[in-house]
Ligand binder design. Structure first.
Ligand code: ADP
Ligand code: ZN
Ligand code: ZN
Length: 741
């Protein structure tokens, strides 16, 4: 870039929220003094025929264009930077790593209200507490049970209760509180900006068992320095207790803790546990917040008023005044990867952020991702293990059901139907899993378990319903489905993987008098309906639950006694190389759910391949052996973590456009410097070729070295953007893709 230096001028280089890979230079607004301006402030700028809210990325004396062509910014929205240096750093890092425009990264990091340029006013969060009169008041009559309950709660809380704590108490506490206020028994006060050091525990913590103690000591010793701890322990082994202890120490040091949880894991149960334990303001981020609440929580995290920040994926961009610790619970969980826009991994960003701040990060899971396991093996992460369940609970009995030659009704075997009946009869709850992630039907022989394979490469064919043909997801070759099994000659070839709706219908036919509920994305689209369904399920009201991975974690079904995985073959033989790992994780996670101390549970896994090693390890609950087996497979095939991937996706309403664009994009690679070090797979049509009226295709890039891949991408993307065909499709780049479809 030609620099035009003029010492009299202050120029701001801003990132605009638009799909552009460059920043833009502006002169300061007329009334603005140069020394008032700093990176991280929002500024309104003229852009084309529009006005945009941009973020100042740099303040400089050099313009990238001729001074005469510089435009003047219109006005600043902030008096001090909204984004601190640390978040600016994180956004720049994410922009580079994910090859995503910086302005759009800033936009994704900010809550909607702030992104839209709304003014920043952090309302101090307030607390409710008893007045002198309230403390001395007579007990209320029994019919005023709401008021009595609230009074009791306030009596127990020495420092009063915040609105968030009261939300846990009851849904409409506000009405009750107003009536207490009218009597002069309660008052509303500003919360202390920062709780005094040391005074953060509300309830006494558990005494730790030896394994927990070791983990907590290791983390404690490492505070104030960067380290990644991989906390591996089955469900119920006491990981959360380790988090709580570590957080307590961080709070005592006057620092903040950031806790990331999976989308569905943010259950009221977990929040209540945090609120019961800690007497400090918390900022919670989840999908149920409205824009105002979200912005308020963001600002409370920024000022340091909120001492614990808990949230799903996007909370990794929450600001922190005094970062002390980051925790990623269920680190293997897919919901940490954003699947559109800025396709970031919140877990990976958490590690990057911890390193930048020189603080520890804890990755916890019963079934750590293979990436994390390999990092632990290579000593980059420190492995902490909790081998035993903390609370009393017995291990469930695990069975494989061999489906070969069995009668199946929409995926339900006779044995399974019989078991369901038994358990429900005895008052138990039954949970049936369909593994829908990366769903791609393939052709399977019901008599011997043979799976249609590509003749050209080592991959399973995908059955495309629309065309009725088998297609290889890797090399793109196609053929007519076989009529007979090449192994045993049987004509009973079926697509595996069935829909949840059809299985639900079959269940209702078999158990007309039972309470059956289906919980998946489709059945819970309405806002709040997922929460309602889960509450009903957790209350024990529903006897048979049918669901997807959504149900595998974070929930406590008190009566659950039977868990069944309906279609494990679909996980074992999917075209997505990650599906086996997910299948195994699912089995391990769900088997932790069945049964209680006084009633051991049962786990049933349906399969055409009962001899499969992966199922055998899962059956023995041996995650170490299982992950070694999977890692070996990945190594042989050179899949991650033994290589690095980027996936270029394209879709269009016109059938040929995506393939045309991807082919031209692939052609641009060939004369690239790094071309020899990066392998191109495809382009191929997506396994689910048509979705929402659009045709989809993809091109996979694979490299043994991360640096080579990224170097290639940096040179390649600007060239792709020049292609005419790129404007005829919707395309996106996914770094470290988790879902190959
Ligand atoms: P995880 O997060 O691994 O699923 P939790 O921390 O939720 O495990 O612990 C499971 C159960 O055991 C919880 O009810 C918790 O209160 C209890 N628990 C955890 N640690 C201890 C301990 N050291 N002593 C007694 N109970 C414990
Ligand atoms: Zn066969
Ligand atoms: Zn092939």
């Amino acid at each position: 870039m030609d620099m035009h230096n003029n010492p009299q001028q202050t120029i701001i280089r801003v990132a605009v929220p638009a799909p552009l890979r460059q920043c833009f230079d502006y002169l300061l607004p007329d009334d603005t003094l140069p020394d008032m301006v700093r990176p991280g402030m929002r500024v309104l700028v003229p852009f084309g025929r529009n006005k945009l809210i941009a973020v100042v990325d740099q303040v400089t004396g050099e313009a990238g264009i001729e001074p005469a062509r510089l435009k003047r910014a219109l006005s600043f929205l902030d008096q001090k930077p909204l984004l601190g240096n640390e978040l600016i750093w994180l956004c720049r890092w994410a922009s580079q790593y994910y090859h995503y425009p910086l302005g759009e990264v800033y936009a994704s990091a900010l809550p909607a209200r702030l992104r839209q340029g709304k003014p920043v006013v952090a309302t101090r969060s307030s607390i409710w507490r008893l007045t002198e009169a309230g403390r001395l008041s007579e007990p209320l009559p029994a019919r005023a049970f709401r008021q009595a309950g609230l009074m009791q709660g306030l009596r127990e809380a020495e420092n009063g209760l915040s609105a968030a704590q009261l939300d846990d108490f009851s849904d409409n506490w506000k009405v009750t509180m107003r009536s207490l206020e009218a009597r002069g028994w309660v008052e509303q006060r500003d919360a202390e900006p920062v709780a005094p050091v040391g005074a953060c525990l509300r309830e006494q913590a558990h005494d730790l068992n030896d394994a927990q103690q070791q983990a907590v000591s290791a983390i404690h010793a490492g505070l104030g320095r960067f380290a990644v701890y991989l906390l591996h322990g089955v469900t119920g082994s006491g990981k959360t207790e380790v988090y709580l202890h570590s957080i307590a120490t961080v709070l005592e040091q006057g620092r903040q803790a950031l806790v990331l949880v999976p989308e569905i894991g943010l259950t009221p149960q977990l929040m209540q546990r945090f609120r019961r334990r800690f007497d400090v303001p918390m900022a919670v981020f989840h999908s149920g917040l409205n824009d105002t609440e979200r912005a308020q929580n963001w600002l409370q995290a920024q000022t340091g008023q909120a001492r614990i920040i808990i949230g799903t994926r996007s909370a990794v961009f929450a600001p922190m005044a005094a970062p002390g610790l980051i925790i990623v619970d269920e680190e293997h969980d897919l919901s940490f990867k954003q699947q559109d826009g800025l396709r970031y991994s919140a877990r990976d960003l958490a590690v990057v952020r911890a390193r930048h701040n020189d603080i520890p990060v804890i990755l916890g899971s019963a079934t750590p991702s293979l990436e994390s396991i390999m990092n632990a093996e290579q000593q980059r992460y420190r492995l902490l293990e909790l081998p035993e369940r903390a609370a009393e609970a017995s291990h469930p009995a695990m069975h494989l059901v061999d489906l070969r030659h069995q009668r199946l009704d929409e995926g339900l075997s006779d044995i399974l139907l019989q078991k369901i009946n038994e358990h429900v009869d005895q008052g138990g709850q039954v949970l049936l899993f369909l593994n829908r992630r990366g769903y791609a039907p393939t052709l399977l022989c019901h008599d011997c378990g043979w799976i249609s394979e590509c003749r050209r490469c080592d991959a399973h064919m995908t059955l495309h319903q629309a065309s009725g043909r088998l297609r290889c997801h890797h090399c793109g070759s196609e053929r007519v489905p076989d009529s007979f099994c090449p192994d045993c000659g049987s004509a009973d070839l079926r697509p595996i993987g069935q829909g949840t709706e059809r299985t639900e219908e079959a269940l209702r036919r078999h158990f007309p008098h039972r309470r059956i509920t289906r919980i998946d994305r489709d059945s819970t689209r309405r806002k709040g309906s997922m929460e309602q369904k889960l509450r009903d399920a957790e209350s024990g009201r529903d006897q048979i639950l049918l669901g997807t991975q959504l149900l595998a974690k974070g929930h406590h079904f008190p009566n659950l006694s039977l868990v069944a995985v309906l279609d494990s073959d679909q996980g074992l033989f999917s075209a997505d190389f990650r599906s086996a790992e997910r299948m195994a994780q699912l089995i391990m996670q769900v088997s932790g759910r069945a049964g209680r101390a006084d009633r051991p549970g049962e786990v049933l896994i349906q399969t055409h391949h009962p001899e499969h090693e992966l199922l055998q390890y899962a059956l023995r609950q041996d995650y170490h052996a299982l992950s070694r087996f999977l890692l070996q497979e990945r190594k042989t095939a050179q899949w991650p973590p033994y290589s690095y991937l980027a996936l270029l996706r394209a879709e269009a309403t016109q059938k040929d456009r995506p393939m045309q664009f991807l082919q031209q994009a692939a052609d641009c690679v060939s004369d690239n410097h790094e071309a020899g070090k990066v392998m191109l797979l495809g382009p191929v049509l997506a396994p689910m070729e048509k979705r929402g009226g659009r045709y989809r295709a993809q091109l996979l890039l694979q490299a043994p070295e991360r640096a080579d891949l990224h170097k290639l991408l940096s040179g390649w993307l600007p060239r792709i953007e020049q292609l005419k065909s790129s404007r005829q499709v919707r395309w996106s780049l996914d770094i470290d893709p988790q879902d190959m479809f």
